[in-house]
Design a protein around this ligand. Structure first.
Ligand SMILES: Cc1ncc(COP(=O)(O)O)c(C=O)c1O
Length: 1002
């Protein structure tokens, strides 16, 4: 009845025929109206008795915004046929209501939108800033009301704090309210204007499909408008943005920077954001506590407080640092006078007393960067003996050398440098000082007069040891600070806070490793423009993604060393330059993973590091089978290259040692090894062997397989030749359907599926025989990988082998992906199938990155191939390859990596199965050991290519490298080095959980 009534009104007064549905609303009636033309509207029928000025204010404000900034995503008021924006009409019960109509905006509310990226939050700030800009000259009598939600009047909570019975919580609010009361006079002086005043997470709309960037599609609901300083508007929106955000300080910086970009703020306004934000949350919880007292049966009132309390009680943010951060995010001086200090330092450059008592202009620079240095060998652990030797390669008989400012380094390995729960979480890597390396005992002189504000011995391992902080003053009276770390703490006998050190005065000296935290002797010389928020505990390194803050707070101190800034400023290789070079020098089909590619310059076990030292969990690469940069591989390679690296035309014990090791892992009927350079070459050779042995040409292989990039191997790789511009199938190859019992012709509910898939080989054999090719053999990835990480039903391969042998062919197991312990339960995939091939091909992992392929076969087949023509592969079986190959297999044994693949694989698959239960887009979880696949599907069960691409790219954003496979590229491929640990497997599951939640939310 109601819907029909309002539908009729819409038709009669606006001429719009539409289908109505009721929207939420506490007092007013709101309807979503879908017009027959597909256009959406929101019909608003205010509660009876609603004051007209309140609605008139909103209508006029929307109309004002539309005139001032027509592109701003705010709803438009639709005028009625009579030309009115606001009508007074009777509802179904005959009561008068004020009725108006808006167009509907696309998207969903921010509260329900995912992911909440910094870019999206920045845009929210921009939209809000623009809305305030548009409203700057909007006036309406209604704006001047007394209003508990006007932040300027928020002091009302002070008298109501008694309602918060928990003393700890009350104390938090008392502090917030006390700070607010100090700021009230500041607030009162700011210009006031019309503001939205309630840009909470339900009043901001966000649009954008999966994979596309999210954008702000609406700022709605002007019902809480009032007149106040515009910063109140920003603080209110920010108060919702930070709630339950994993990095609230970054989110806050984004919204403030966005606002500033649209409607520039003053430093004084920026300083108010944080205290006002907290005050808004305080008003919120006090208000709902009071309401709860009036509505004791409404649990919603208290539930809605939970995120605000969580934030107020445990955000752990330092207000001084937040202030500096927000100023830096806006490009404003981090502290009053910071710009003057920098100008003064620049002007005085060259006139400061030399810190080391010597001119440093010609001092050489030494890089300890992620890119240029290998300190420490293990980027997760800096042992005592390495710390004491850091940079020894730059040692030159005690001559001073300098370490760079803004240089990313991996030498800071303590978990205190980590910014999240995982080894691959963000990490502080970027050096915020200049180092001067010189012998222990070297005296240091104050560059200028300063007051000691800290003189301490921080003797913890890898801390500063002796450290001094001085406060200085420019002639204009602006303060700044310098820090000297890694000192001999002997100064403690002489210096204490409050003392003065004169310009040029010798005031301390470099410590040795027993005094300076354990490091090679050097001073860490850092400048800071304020100590607010960092006090005497300055971070010496910062997160590479937060350099906008740290470089503003602790700028390049070169001037104080009388050096040009460029000399000590680290210039990393720019990823964009490398990318441009790639595009210039290489073919377009040399593909690059991720929409935002990664540049990787170091690795360790199952982690990789980019040029800024950001760690990534490598859950994709199977080549570093025993882990990236394995010390034993490094040692063997270096050792052998010092001796000889020759070929198989000469004898070397490494050749037979490697062959014996390989054969020890295989059934006895394999007796002969061929060493080549790659999986491709091994498969190419396998094809020749099969043909030599059988005298036939034809090959059978499953669809979507991959065996390499040469002409012969490509002909066996449907994954390549069947691509739209592929070479197509040659007549001597016959394809059979992959034994995919999740999506293929025979599914898991069919007990005979293994035999049924195997039977498909019969037709292929007949075809080859009919065509006159005969059957040389069958080649398959034992578990198809590029086909979608498929585990064929047990018994499939042995049944196929029987048929192939009956037709005179031989059976080739391509174990490039599956061999060498990855499957956990078995060393090779064919063991799981109860099958015995005639040829086994190994590649990639067997060299751990060194180019190496191995083929093993029976004596008979090798003899058929031995027709008097020499077989020679120049580098295949080189001395170095043999040493490395054997070392890899030894490491798998010595470090129990097959067992690790079994146990971590089990943990991973259990976690993934939980996700399968939780998310409808996860169709299948399959695999063995560390050879795993997660098939993503659309609601109709079809292959979800787009979702897969989204998840893969988002995993990269969250520092996990995984791949995607399958004919429709909808299967996530998880295939880490065998060293992966619980930290890694749990990170994969937890991060996937988060990203799949984003998928389901979009
Ligand atoms: C199953 C399989 N066989 C063979 C190859 C070819 O190996 P390579 O690239 O070392 O020549 C690959 C490479 O991805 C593979 O996955």
């Amino acid at each position: 009845m109601t819907l029909a009534h309002w539908g009729k009104i819409l038709w009669e007064h606006w001429g719009i025929e539409a289908e109505l549905t009721r929207l939420d609303g506490e007092y007013d009636l709101n309807f979503l109206a879908k017009g027959l033309d597909g256009q959406g509207y929101v019909l608003k029928a205010m509660r009876p008795g609603c004051e007209e000025w309140l609605v008139d204010m909103q209508v006029k404000a929307f109309e004002h915004i539309a005139r001032q900034l027509p592109d701003l995503p705010c709803p438009r008021v639709i005028v009625s046929i009579s030309g009115a924006s606001l009508l007074k009409l009777a509802d179904g019960e005959g009561r008068d209501r004020l009725v108006w109509l808006l167009n509907q905006l696309p998207g969903r509310c921010y509260a329900k939108a995912e992911p909440k990226t910094d870019a999206l939050i920045h845009e929210i700030g921009q939209v809000l800033g623009n809305a305030a800009r548009a409203l700057a000259d909007f006036h309406h009598q209604g704006l001047e009301r007394d209003f508990k939600w006007n932040l300027m009047q928020a002091g009302w909570i002070t008298d109501q704090l008694f309602c918060i019975t928990d003393p700890a919580r009350r104390a938090i609010l008392q502090d917030v309210a006390a700070e607010f009361s100090h700021l009230e006079p500041v607030l009162a002086k700011l210009r006031k204007q019309a503001i939205h005043n309630d840009a909470n997470d339900y009043n901001i709309m966000v649009a954008g499909e999966l994979g596309a960037a999210r954008r702000v599609s609406g700022l709605i609901d002007l019902g809480d408008m009032c007149v106040a300083p515009r910063v109140c508007d920003l603080a209110i929106a920010a108060a919702y943005i930070v709630l339950d955000h994993p990095a609230p300080e970054a989110a806050l910086a984004s919204i403030v920077a966005g606002y500033h970009a649209a409607y520039p703020l003053t430093a004084a306004e920026v300083d108010l954001v944080w205290p006002l934000l907290q005050m808004r949350l305080a008003v919120s919880v006090v208000n709902s506590t009071l309401m709860a007292a009036n509505n004791p049966d409404d649990p919603y009132v208290t539930i809605s407080q939970a995120p605000a309390w969580r934030f107020l009680e445990s955000n752990g943010l330092n207000s001084g640092l937040v202030k500096a951060r927000l100023r830096a995010a806006c490009g404003l001086p981090v502290v009053e006078g910071a710009d003057r200090v920098m100008a003064w330092l620049d002007q005085e450059r060259g006139g400061f007393a030399p810190l080391m008592g010597a001119d440093l202009v010609d001092a050489p620079m030494g890089s300890l960067s992620v890119e240029h240095s290998t300190w420490p060998q293990n980027p997760f652990h800096m042992p005592l003996e390495e710390a004491a030797r850091v940079g020894e390669e730059f040692e030159d008989e005690g001559r001073i050398w300098l370490g760079y400012y803004a240089e990313p380094r991996l030498i800071y390995t303590d978990t205190a440098f980590r910014r999240g729960p995982w080894k691959a979480s963000n990490r502080r890597t970027v050096h915020l000082a200049v180092d001067a390396f010189a012998p222990a005992g070297t005296a240091m002189f104050a560059p200028l007069r300063g007051e000691v504000i800290a003189a301490e011995n921080r003797s913890r391992h890898l801390d500063y040891g002796g450290v001094i902080i001085l406060r200085h003053e420019t002639p204009d009276g602006d303060s700044f600070y310098t820090l000297y770390g890694h000192l001999d703490p002997e100064f403690l006998n002489r210096l204490k806070p409050g003392d003065t050190v004169e310009r040029g005065e010798e005031f301390c000296r470099l410590g040795d490793p027993s005094q300076n935290g354990g490091w090679a002797p050097h001073v860490h010389f850092q400048l800071a423009l304020t100590t607010e928020g960092i006090e005497t505990d300055w971070p010496g390194v910062g997160d590479p993604d937060e350099m906008y803050l740290w470089q503003a707070l602790c700028p390049n101190p070169a001037a104080l060393l009388n050096l040009p800034a460029e000399k000590v400023l680290y210039q990393p290789t720019r990823k964009d330059d490398v990318l441009a070079g790639r595009r210039a020098y290489f073919g377009g089909n040399l593909s690059l993973t991720y929409s935002n590619p990664v540049m990787l310059v170091r690795g360790w076990k199952h982690h990789l590091f980019d040029e800024w030292g950001r760690p990534y969990l490598d859950a994709y690469n199977n080549v570093p089978h025993v882990g990236h940069a394995h010390p034993r591989i490094q040692a063997v390679a270096a050792d052998q290259l010092k001796r000889v690296n020759s070929n198989t035309r000469y004898l070397h014990p490494a050749q037979t040692a490697f062959a014996e090791k390989v054969l020890s892992k295989l059934p006895d009927h394999f007796e002969v090894c061929f060493f080549v350079n790659s999986g491709t070459e091994a498969n190419e050779l396998a094809l020749r062997l099969a043909r030599a042995h059988t005298g036939k040409k034809g090959m059978v292989t499953p669809d979507h397989g991959y065996h390499g990039n040469t002409t012969g191997a490509i002909s066996l790789s449907a994954y390549k030749f069947n691509k739209p511009k592929g070479i197509g199938k040659v007549d001597w190859v016959e394809l059979v359907e992959v034994a995919d019992d999740y999506r293929g012709s025979y599914r898991r509910d069919d007990p005979d599926r293994a035999q049924k898939y195997a039977a498909l080989v019969d037709a292929a054999i007949l075809k080859l025989q009919d065509a006159g090719h005969g059957v040389a053999g069958f080649i398959a990835e034992t578990f198809p990988s590029v086909g979608g990480q498929i585990i064929p039903p047990k018994g499939y391969l042995s049944a196929v082998y029987r048929k192939i042998r009956a037709a005179g062919g031989i059976c080739i197991a391509d174990e490039v992906q599956t061999g060498l312990g990855r499957l956990g339960e078995c060393y090779f995939g064919f063991e799981h199938q109860g099958a015995l091939p005639d040829i086994v091909v190994m590649g990639k992992p067997i060299g751990n990155g060194h180019p190496l392929g191995v083929l093993v076969t029976t004596k008979e087949i090798a003899e058929s191939f031995d027709n008097g023509i020499e077989f020679f592969s120049t580098f295949g079986g080189s001395t170095l390859s043999c040493r490395i190959g054997k070392e890899v297999l030894d490491i798998v044994d010595d470090e129990s990596l097959q067992e690790n693949a079994r146990s971590q694989g089990k943990r991973l698959i259990e976690g993934l199965k939980m996700l399968e239960q939780k998310y409808t887009c996860v169709g299948d979880v399959r695999g063995m050991g560390l050879f795993l696949g997660l098939e993503l599907i659309n609601p109709d069960g079809s292959q979800a290519t787009e979702i897969c691409s989204y998840v893969k790219n988002r995993m990269r954003d969250h520092r996990i490298l995984i791949g995607s496979e399958g004919p429709k590229d909808n299967i996530l491929k998880i295939r880490p080095p065998l060293t992966i640990d619980t930290d890694g497997t749990d990170m994969i599951v937890k991060t996937l959980d988060r990203i799949l939640r984003e998928v389901e939310a979009s």
